[in-house]
Ligand binder design. Structure first.
Ligand SMILES: [Zn+2]
Length: 123
């Protein structure tokens, strides 16, 4: 299960942050991913809950996944951002630059990234 290994990877990264800040507990983790990362949020949350139930410092914490819009880089004008929303059935997977209308674009992969971690840190 893809989501299970993603949850493990997130927790491993946060464990290092917990250690670095000498935190007592993790309250909430926010992660983000692009639309082509193929993460199913419910499966990710489910996997997360199962794993953290075994971890003292993570038990009861929440994971939130934010889905980001697609992002392209235009090879013609260097525009970086959301592609043109103009519909074009014929080129469904060929994104169009929203600045210069070029189809010479590259879809940027936006891997699962940890955005914020809410920790309970002792005084
Ligand atoms: Zn462009």
């Amino acid at each position: 299960m893809h989501e299970y290994s993603l949850a493990v990877a997130i927790i491993d990264q946060v464990k290092a942050i917990v250690k670095q800040h000498k935190a007592n507990r993790v309250k909430k983790i926010t992660v983000s991913a692009g639309p082509y990362e193929m993460v199913i949020p419910d499966l990710l949350y489910e996997a997360y809950d199962i794993i953290v139930d075994e971890l003292d410092k993570f038990r009861g914490s929440k994971l939130e996944l934010i889905m980001k819009p697609a992002e392209i880089t235009c090879l013609n004008c260097d525009y970086k951002g959301e592609p043109s929303k103009e519909k074009d059935e014929e080129f469904a997977f060929n994104f169009k630059c929203s600045k210069c209308d070029s189809r010479d674009t590259h879809l940027n992969m936006q891997y699962l990234t940890i955005e914020t971690v809410d920790l309970e840190i002792p005084e």
